[in-house]
Design a protein around this ligand. Structure first.
Ligand code: HEC
Length: 161
């Protein structure tokens, strides 16, 4: 690219009017500002309280409310076989039939390469309930909270074997 010499015949008389937007009318917003602030405060508080009490998704409690009875573990094993084995493997060691379909390979949930014991039940609940970016589906809406806790009891019952 070479410099274009300025053409003196190209008159630049009268700069084109800048098409700036008309100034906003701050007076209207200003008059209503206290009301707006009050509404925002109420909404933010409401969301914080809802999150804290588990009304809006997430782990309703950090600890597992379902005790790991044989019944719970059996129910969890059925849910695992129906919903999880296709990715995490029938023995929970990874490598299920659909394990090639996700951007991150579904990790082992038991066995030597699993690090499930590093996570609390509340963490596992959140992973299962909300899903994970690498291809772990969100199970909220498909599984009830109690079914998720049962699956966690089942996975814990494998004791890494
Ligand atoms: C479509 C395949 C797929 C299915 C079905 C699936 N998962 Fe996953 N899961 C994944 C992937 C992929 C990851 C890793 C995601 C990541 O790291 O971003 C994962 C991660 C997890 C983790 C976190 C493990 C860790 O070590 O951090 C848990 C726990 C888990 N899945 C449990 C389950 C349970 C329980 C089910 C059945 C209700 C299930 N998954 C069904 C693909 C699947």
């Amino acid at each position: 690219m070479t410099d274009q010499p300025e053409d003196p015949t190209q008159a630049t008389d009268g700069a084109a009017p800048a098409d700036a937007p008309p100034p906003a009318a701050p007076a209207v917003l200003g008059a209503r500002r206290p009301v707006l602030i009050a509404v925002v405060v109420v909404v933010v508080l409401g969301v914080v309280i809802a999150l804290g009490t588990g009304i809006l998704g997430g782990a309703p409690t950090a600890t597992n409310p379902i005790s790991a009875t044989t019944d719970s573990i059996d129910r969890g094993a059925t849910t695992y076989a129906n919903s999880c084995a296709r990715c995490h493997g029938v023995d929970a060691h990874g490598g299920g039939v659909d394990s090639g379909t996700t951007s991150v390979p579904p990790p082992a949930l038991s066995g030597p390469s699993s690090h499930l014991t590093a996570h609390s039940d509340g963490d596992l609940f959140t992973f299962i309930h909300d899903g994970l970016p690498g291809g772990m589906p969100q199970w909220a809406g498909t599984l009830s909270d109690n079914q998720i806790w049962d699956v966690i009891n089942f996975l814990r019952s494998l004791k890494g074997s």
